[in-house]
Design a protein around this ligand. Sequence first.
Ligand code: ZN
Length: 97
Amino acid sequence: MGVCRAFNHPRDYEEVYNDLIALGESPEPNDVDAIIGNGSWTRLTCDHCKRDVDRAVGIGSNWICFECLNVAHQQVSTVGGQIQAPPGLLEEIQEGG
Ligand SMILES: [Zn+2]
């Protein structure tokens, strides 16, 4: 027996399976979420900003959303041949933090 958090009652795995199959080959994520009881099968959580997103890139064992990737790209972009440090990093290093 599984527990469907959305309805907070036990559901038989076979019932959940049959409900998922009934959605067809291209189900809407929200319909899957309603059956599973959460978005763990249809959403990715960005390991940096912790937001649930539809798309992310796997880097090692981390998932990073495109918004965080864009920020990271801007931070490591070269300016005059030098790599820019993320905001606050130099201050942390100088303060020993
Ligand atoms: Zn993110």
